[in-house]
Design a binder for this molecule. Sequence first.
Ligand code: SAH
Length: 372
Amino acid sequence: MNASLDSTPKTNLLGLTRAELDAFVVGMGEKPFRARQLLKWLYKRCVADFDQMTDLAKTFREHLKEVAVVSTPEITTVQVSADGTRKWLLAMDGTQGIETVFIPEPGRGTLCISSQVGCAMDCTFCSTAQQGFNRNLTVAEIVGQVWLANRELGFEPGGDRVVTNVVFMGMGEPLANYRNVVPAAEIMMDDLGFDISRRRVTVSTSGLVPQMVRLAEETNCALAVSLHAPNDALRDQLVPINRKHPIAELLDACWLYVNKQNARSITFEYVMLDGINDQPEHARELVQLLKGRPAKVNLIPFNPFPGTRYVRSSAAAIERFREILNNNGVIATTRRTRGDDIDAACGQLVGRVNDRTTVRLGSKLISVAVQP
Ligand code: SAH
């Protein structure tokens, strides 16, 4: 459903946390328990049409129609991979688009969501970076991705939701959109919201240290960190934010996060780039950084995209790298590449970023031609 063009903008209920929805309902002159009823329709039953919310008083429904709307991003295209991975291109502001990917695995289903239209972090091996940055997604646009996937995928025969995990590993740097990502994650973890356990909602960051410290105080989701290199010289090249927040500072924030959150560990993502960061000495350096720490390493075989100068490491190199970590007390796994036949794999999400302003870190602002 879409908000109709009206003189007074209606509130999109998908953008409200439980506390905000309570206040909204009370502001309408209704009893607070109405908010709970609404939450059930919105998140347990994925109903967007107020007329279908049959246990709400008719007068309340009419009133809701005047002031509120349940509006989700519109699906432009759906692609389904041979391995069952599903990618939606969702329309934003008419010409823009973001991508959301669902990855089915035995016993769980992971939804990879976007937090921005494009990205400004400029990691050299990521195709989203080539798109530049347009804007942050709103809370409703972030929550809307989970809502849509739940509506499309529904429930397992046993009654569990098909979507069991959410990872902020689609387009964008979630901690650069802190203001909207945190309430969105809260709605996902709320037992009256999507009711996903806190270990199953993961924010992945390229390393915005001040926001990581804030996150440790203010939420309780899982954290993944895109490390990709075991020393600053190399990480400066691959993940430019490292020039501002180098590895030592980044790791301090990680251990603080584990302490504050009473979390089990941090997941460190490490993209495997042939001849760049995949040598045995890199693995040994990584061991020095992570040994004895609450850390898990997730090795990601590089997913190529047109125009990239990088090549994926050989399976043998990845295996050797993983063994060095494992043999030296650092838990490491290799992420299976999923959905690459539909360009849905890590770092292949490009969406449609028109009208962008490309902010290059560490250098000047470059604006890119506006496309019609
Ligand atoms: N901005 C966030 C989340 C988005 S990317 C972050 O940096 O963590 C999710 C993961 O995919 C990150 O670890 C990212 O570095 C990785 N990635 C990006 N491009 C990739 C590529 N081409 N191949 C494999 N992994 C990639």
